[in-house]
Design a protein around this ligand. Structure first.
Ligand SMILES: Cc1ncc(COP(=O)(O)O)c(C=O)c1O
Length: 385
């Protein structure tokens, strides 16, 4: 509960609001925030230490505001990872993709503007909308969590949003958005007007690819569409597959016009010299940083099929097909009790998504064994109840 006294003039629309965030609990098995569970290799750690040491004496100076060297590293990484070479002017970094998203809302949202999302989806989007006074509208997904493209296009035409947000793979469902559906949305955005904007403006499509490195090999990334579409912005992060959540580095791949719009609203020197140095060091070890991704993909497949063989009150558990490093499963009459019973056994997962569903993130082999053991016990407990 917050302790904000009424004598403090909090913004009216924030009265009664609580800070958002997954619980940070000290438990043996944390499978709740979709991190890569494997720690960094010693040679990556020493590169980070060396890079940071080499700039430490210059911390009296502000960092490179335009973080050019890091933007070049994003370009090199994406050329390798997605097969698309972008120019530095088409790339932008920030403190996590959370900050990238907030900057997009600051640049393209605001009073009189609407952002459109496709729920169930990432629960931070409405918060960015609230914080920037942007109206938040939804086009619901199909029952199987795939995108309802027709409904989304209808909503684009009805609301005239300045921003359309889709997430692929989606959080919390894991659903991958096929390339042709992204192209259909882009085509709709390129025609639609924007309510509250000067004539001739069209919505931008934002594809949040926070988990995209976990996709099946050979699947294209939306980054490959950036050179052809002025209204496309692809958000990426080093927090998930890249195993760098603690460093807080996200980035944006988009047309130069979108990057220049974001540069208007960014805080001066938003990306510290320490962050830039650490990220550059990590990019020197891209292969090592991504070396656990194939294994985590395998862990996901094994966990999904194991969960699908489990029963709750005589019924098979449902598992949403996932292209990410987490799995959404359900449905449970009272999901909070399942969550709590797992927590009592030292396993922290997440109560998130549509009513009745729970999300588990892929951990190490040992952590997943503990999850399976705890979940088996919890199911037996509930069967007796
Ligand atoms: C869909 C999605 N986008 C963005 C983020 C933000 O990640 P970060 O700020 O660590 O890059 C998350 C984090 O969980 C996420 O699930």
């Amino acid at each position: 509960m917050s302790a904000i006294p009424s004598s403090i003039p909090l913004r009216n629309d924030l009265l009664g609001e609580e800070p958002y965030g997954a619980p940070q609990l000290d438990v043996p098995v944390c499978l709740n925030v979709n991190e890569n569970p494997y720690p960094l290799e010693p040679d990556v750690v020493s590169s980070i230490a060396q890079r940071v040491a080499s700039i430490a004496a210059e911390l009296n100076r502000y960092p490179d505001r335009e973080h050019i060297e890091l933007r070049q590293a994003f370009s090199d990484y994406l050329a390798k990872e997605s097969g698309t070479r972008l120019r530095v002017e088409q790339l932008w970094g920030a403190n996590g993709s959370n900050e990238i998203m907030l900057q997009l809302f600051q640049a393209f949202g605001g009073p009189g503007r609407t952002a459109l999302g496709c729920d169930p989806t990432y629960s931070m989007y409405p918060e960015y909308a609230r914080d920037t006074f942007t109206t938040w509208k939804l086009a619901h997904r199909h029952e199987d969590f795939t995108l309802d493209v027709d409904r989304t296009i209808d909503a684009i035409n009805e609301y005239g949003p300045s921003m359309v947000l889709v997430t692929s793979p989606n959080n919390p469902t894991g659903t991958v958005l096929p390339h042709d559906e992204i192209e259909a949305l882009l085509a709709a955005c390129e025609q639609a007007p924007v309510t509250g904007a000067p004539e001739g403006a069209h919505p931008i499509l934002i594809v949040d690819e926070a988990y995209v490195e976990f996709r099946d090999p050979g699947t294209p990334s939306a980054v490959s569409l950036v050179p052809k579409h002025h209204n496309l912005a692809v958000s990426r992060t080093m927090s998930k597959a890249f195993a760098f959540a603690g460093a807080r580095v996200g980035y944006l791949a988009a047309d130069e016009g979108i990057i220049d719009a974001v540069r208007i609203v960014r805080m001066p020197y938003h990306l510290s010299a320490v962050t830039q140095a650490a990220a550059l060091a990590a990019f020197e070890h891209t292969d090592e940083q991504l070396s656990t991704v194939a294994h985590l993909r395998q862990t996901r497949e094994q966990t999904a099929s194991w969960l699908a063989q489990q029963h709750y009150h005589g019924e098979n558990i449902r598992v949403a097909p996932s292209g990410s490093n987490f799995v959404l499963f359900g449905t449970f009459e009272r999901r909070e009790t399942i969550f709590q019973d797992l927590l009592d056994r030292g396993v922290l997962i997440r109560v998130v998504g549509p009513e009745g569903w729970l999300r588990v993130c892929m951990g190490t082999d040992e952590e997943m064994a503990r999850f399976r053991q705890a979940f088996t016990e919890v199911l037996a407990l509930h069967d007796q109840a």
